[in-house]
Design a protein around this ligand. Structure first.
Ligand SMILES: Cc1ncc(C[n+]2csc(CCOP(=O)(O)OP(=O)(O)O)c2C)c(N)n1
Length: 558
């Protein structure tokens, strides 16, 4: 039976029917009918953020943690443009986010109306799909189609822009006859048997093979398959920044992160490898350094669901377009068991203990191992962007799938705090820690109010070094030590947290870290720990931007 609903009510019904339970947003003139329909809505929870950027990051965090569509909402003009960084972040990292934006009424379109922005135009390059709804008859299907596109193949953000008069107009609500997809489905399989056999042969014949996995492994849930492939063929596994937690850190075949801040033996292994099987990753420049010198001896097999990624950055011997899990299932049926012991031994010999460059005080190692102890590894870590992000990636012992979430491709400072709110709503039963620097934390720290108002239990760790640390490091190394606009003043974070009603701890000494983290972890509700670290600590090793993986810096250049 059909009934007459307003466009705003149709939007709510469509979202509920699609399995949406929570959304993040901020109201304004052009989206008011939708907010009116949300008022007292039993099935849809709306989280009022303090800035629309946070709504997009929170929806992204929710999407990454749940593999479902994360939803954010904003008004026209400034509300919608504030979403752009979050959409670009989700676009780069392949996260299924639906943005719903209000637009000026249809008669006002193109007339420089108050708060009119061509949002479809602005977001075109940072969304997988976007649409301006001009006809109420299309509204429900436009929302459904956008959500389906967000989830299919390589996931990504989509945007539906709804003029205010369409939200107010009445029309019949038609539910769909076929059930709506709520989770990602892998899509069609185009892999032929000859290619499967050829890849299996390359793996069998290689003397120095490596698996290099990215976020595609996490998105497709291919943990078991990657592990089986690695174990059956004795192949060591490298995890890119976004592939971290796609393979257990403590596994004997696990190597770690490659590239700009990868450990020396990992990059040396890449340079010595004769076969690299890249799975669900895109050979980003932070992974490859100078592509002309990257893995000079290796044949590259590249498996990715996104056809455009294959051969984009490095030449590949074999490219396979497909979902990581599906492709690996096929490959597993064809590979020959082997152990690769000489190669594993060779890599072991390349490993050397790096001299600790922290001269005193609190080191990231101490902090991150204390956090692992306190949480028993049972937490999700959402890191921001900068030195602390690299320390987390290098040192936190991630054991469980998809427990490391960060802005990899865009590297958007300010991501961690709001994204962690989204993660927590998707994972209400486990601790969620947002780890930020003092710069990135100050970008979205107003979200502490959101956490308190909405009862979202996020634990906040702020690495305070008094600098925009990663930029300062580059200034020290490559700009003659001129610290142009990188010293950054912080408020008293413990007092600030207190002002929001959040308990806070400040830690300056290694001996106090565990207790502060333990208390913050155990105290119900949001909590903050400020970690005062050495001001000019650097992230090592480092490949200079555009440099070769064969030439790591292990100390500051003089
Ligand atoms: C939105 C945004 N602006 C600027 C940058 C450039 N950037 C990358 S790292 C960094 C410094 C981060 O400083 P902080 O948050 O204190 O973390 P730290 O590096 O000290 O750990 C900056 C400015 C960025 N990545 N994102």
């Amino acid at each position: 039976m059909s009934e007459l609903l307003t466009g705003a009510q149709i939007m709510c019904r469509t979202l509920v029917d699609a399995g949406v339970e929570v959304m993040f947003g901020y109201p304004g003139g052009a989206i008011m009918p939708f907010y009116d329909a949300l008022h007292g809505h039993a099935g849809l929870r709306h989280i009022l953020v303090r800035h629309e950027q946070a709504a997009a990051h929170a929806a992204d965090g929710y999407a990454r943690a749940s593999n479902r569509v994360g939803v954010c909402v904003a008004t026209s003009g400034p509300g919608a443009t504030n979403l752009v960084t979050g959409l670009a972040t989700a676009h780069m990292d392949g996260s299924p986010v639906l943005a719903i934006t209000g637009q000026v009424g249809r008669p006002m379109l193109g007339r420089d109306a108050f708060q009119e922005t061509d949002v479809v135009g602005v977001t075109l390059p940072v969304t997988k799909h976007n649409v301006l709804v001009r006809d109420i008859e299309d509204l429900a299907d436009d929302v459904r189609e956008a959500m389906a596109i967000a989830l299919e193949g390589r996931p990504g953000p989509v945007l539906v822009d709804v003029p205010k008069d369409v939200q107010n107009q009445k029309a019949e609500y038609r539910s769909r006859t076929e059930p709506l997809r709520r989770q990602r489905e892998p899509g069609p399989e185009l892999l032929d048997d000859a290619t499967v056999r050829e890849v299996a042969r390359l793996i069998a014949e290689a003397e120095r093979p490596l698996l290099m996995i990215g976020r595609g492994v996490i998105v497709s849930g291919a943990y078991a398959e990657v592990r089986e492939l690695a174990e059956r063929t004795g192949t060591p596994v490298i995890t890119t920044l976004l592939g971290i937690s796609g393979f257990p850190q403590a596994h004997e075949l696990h190597l770690g992160m490659p590239g700009m801040h990868g450990e020396v033996h990992i990059n040396k292994a890449i340079q010595a490898a004769d076969l690299i099987v890249g799975i669900g990753m895109r050979f980003d420049d932070r992974v490859t350094g100078n592509t002309a010198t990257f893995a000079p001896r290796a044949k590259i097999v590249h498996i990715d669901v996104n056809p455009a990624a294959i051969g984009l950055n490095v030449p590949v011997a074999i490219g396979i377009v497909g979902d990581a899990r599906r492709v690996l299932e096929r490959l597993l049926s064809a590979v020959t068991p082997r152990t690769c012991l000489p190669w594993r031994e060779e890599i072991r010999r390349l490993r050397h203990d790096r001299e600790e460059l922290f001269t005193g005080g609190l080191s990231p190692e101490v902090i991150l191992s204390a956090l692992a102890d306190v949480t028993h590894g049972r937490c999700t870590i959402v890191s921001d962007v900068g030195q602390h992000q690299m320390w987390v990636a290098q040192r936190y012992p991630f054991q469980r799938p998809n427990t490391h979430i960060t802005s990899g491709g865009l590297g958007a400072m300010g991501f961690a705090v709001p994204a962690a709110m989204g993660v927590r709503l998707a994972r209400p039963d486990e601790p969620v820690w947002a780890i930020s620097g003092d710069g990135g934390f100050q970008m979205n720290m107003a979200e502490m109010a959101t956490m308190v108002q909405e009862g979202i239990e996020v634990k906040l760790a702020v690495f305070n070094n008094g600098y925009l640390g990663m930029v300062r490091q580059w200034q020290q190394f490559f700009h003659g030590g001129r610290y142009s606009n990188t010293p950054i003043l912080s408020p008293d974070y413990v007092k600030l947290a207190d002002a929001y009603g959040i308990p806070g701890w400040r830690v300056k000494q290694a001996g106090d870290v565990t207790e502060a983290l333990r208390q913050a972890n155990a105290t119900p509700g949001p909590a903050l720990v400020e970690l005062v670290i050495e001001q000019e600590a650097n992230v090592f090793p480092m490949i200079v931007p555009g440099g070769s993986l064969s030439e790591p810096l292990e100390a500051a250049p003089v």
